[in-house]
Ligand binder design. Structure first.
Ligand SMILES: [Zn+2]
Length: 127
């Protein structure tokens, strides 16, 4: 099983983050076993910036189609630690395994923390 945090760290090096200087990388494994990576891409008009997690998830959909489900996802920021932002949590939930079972891993105090998306985003918005 590939180490998604290691993959995320590698792709974070390629982030386009000239404004925040926060280089973020993400790696996910789909329910069919495909590994997808992505990084954040910022823009001078800040609102067009895309987080590493959403960039990765959208790429995964492009690879596997609308039925793509996230088995597990890891995110890392070089020199900083934080879990996915609220917007990314909602997008992870959209492509989660049933019951919000998709696992999300991030660093806290230098150690990996894994939570399900149901734990990270209780009462998920759904139509
Ligand atoms: Zn985000």
């Amino acid at each position: 099983m590939p180490d998604l945090l290691t993959l995320a760290q590698g792709v974070a090096e390629r982030a386009y983050a000239p404004y925040s200087k926060y280089q973020v990388g993400c790696a996910l494994e789909t329910s069919s076993g495909k590994i997808i990576t992505g990084c954040n891409v910022e823009n001078a008009s800040y609102g067009l910036t895309i987080c590493a997690e959403r960039n990765t998830i959208f790429h995964a959909v492009a690879e596997e189609g609308p039925g793509m489900k996230i088995a597990r996802l890891s995110v890392i920021c070089l020199g900083h630690e934080f879990p996915p932002c609220g917007a990314c949590r909602q997008v992870i939930a959209e492509f989660s395994l049933p019951g919000g079972a998709s696992e999300v891993t991030f660093l806290r105090d230098g150690k990996p923390v894994t939570m399900t998306i149901a734990q990270l985003l209780p009462e998920t918005f759904a139509l």
